[in-house]
Design a binder for this molecule. Structure first.
Ligand code: SF4
Length: 377
């Protein structure tokens, strides 16, 4: 991470951090407060940094879709998946995430009973939807609301997979009680005679560094694993935190040996105040190439995320660079048809920087990061 000693603003580091705290929200859980004192990798993810004052990024990478069909908390970009956000808040703010933005603070923070009714009716009406992803904010921060949503989603005949995205197991492992794990496990039903009619529930746990796997965190997710609820580990590639093959390999090995399935390695999105966290996309390719010789560790699927969906990137993946307004973008033909995106996302037009090719597929332009030291201006 770069030094701020040569900043041209003339402000002290403390003054700049004070400005950042005024500009963005800061929240940290008691468990994390202890952990940031012990781990630089964790501290960088949760302590406000003067680099957040750099003018950069969007605070609404997905908000367009959170109001699908006029229903707050419903999002859909793929044919087979609906996303529900019952509770918008988190019990800590990761500095690389848009949730710290104050412009989001005034929004409705939870789905009302009416919103849930409407979203369930929408999911019931389309049997192409097989997966419901319940995300946030963090669904586990309001477990009664999560249970209410699960009670409505589980009986829908065509729903086969329920996925819960969370980082609260890291923030507040003490909240993962035996009772909570029992509640989640209730929504798994294996039909041995007709396996295709089974229903699975799984957890996508966001963990970015092996230092986050404290005994309390490991005990917490073991409560789910012991009940047959699979836990998948997803990681954000963060400059100065885990942007090297050794760090990702250690994390993958810790996931595998404690029962977590390595799932996604996300390139850090271009959100507000996150410029200093963003490596080049190529850096992630180099990391997965370096790990390709090891078994298991290559199980991470490296992706970057745009408003139209994920872009999957394998080792040796060639990148097509274009310059737009002096910035480097990656141009890629997506697997998503424009007509499908408009239909499923309930949008009138494609997001900015997205075109359509001659076969009807969306061509995206994704802002790249860089691997040089960040400079304050
Ligand atoms: S837990 Fe997830 S949604 Fe919440 S601040 Fe962190 S990255 Fe964002």
């Amino acid at each position: 991470m770069s030094s701020v000693s040569d900043r041209p603003t003339g402000k002290t580091e403390r003054e700049m951090v004070r400005e950042v705290i005024g500009k963005y929200r800061t929240k940290i859980s008691p468990s994390l407060t202890r952990l940031v004192k012990r781990s630089d990798a964790v501290a960088k993810q949760f302590m406000p940094s003067p680099f957040e004052s750099l003018n950069f990024g969007t605070d609404k990478p997905f908000e367009e879709g959170k109001n699908n069909q006029g229903i707050y908390g419903l999002e859909r970009v793929y044919e087979d998946r609906a996303v529900l956000t019952p509770y918008f808040e988190c019990s800590a703010y990761c500095r690389y995430c848009f949730k710290k933005s104050r412009t989001l603070a005034g929004e409705a923070k939870r789905m009302s009973d009416e919103n849930i009714d409407q979203a369930i009716r929408f999911i019931e009406s389309d049997d192409r939807i097989r997966t419901v992803l319940i995300t946030g904010g963090d669904p586990f921060v309001d477990a009664p609301l999560l249970e209410k949503v699960l009670d409505r989603v589980f009986p829908i005949p065509h729903i086969r997979n329920i996925r819960i995205g969370t980082r609260n197991i890291l923030f507040s492992p003490e909240t993962v009680t035996e009772e909570l794990a029992d509640m989640i496990a209730r929504y798994k039903r294996i039909d041995e005679g007709q396996p295709h009619l089974s229903k699975n529930i799984s957890i996508g746990l966001s963990i970015n560094h092996v230092d986050e796997l404290t005994p309390q965190v490991v005990q917490a997710y073991q409560r789910f694993i012991r009940r047959g609820v699979s836990v998948r580990g997803q990681v954000v590639l963060l400059k100065g935190v885990n942007d090297n093959a050794q760090a990702i390999r250690e994390l993958a090995e810790a996931f595998l040996s404690t029962g977590i399935v390595p799932y996604y390695l996300f390139h850090c999105m271009p959100v507000v105040g996150a410029k200093h966290f963003r490596t080049s996309v190529q850096k992630g390719i180099q990391i997965i190439q370096d790990l390709a010789a090891y078994s298991g560790t290559t199980a991470f699927q490296y992706v970057y995320v745009t408003p139209v969906g994920k872009h999957r990137i394998g080792p040796n993946h060639p990148l097509d660079y274009v310059e737009i307004d002096g910035e480097r973008f990656i141009r890629a033909t997506t697997p998503y048809k424009a007509a499908d995106y408009l239909k499923f996302s309930d949008s009138e037009k494609l997001p900015p920087l997205h075109d359509v090719d001659e076969n009807g597929y969306i061509v995206s332009h994704y802002l790249d990061g860089h691997d040089e030291e960040e400079v304050l201006r």
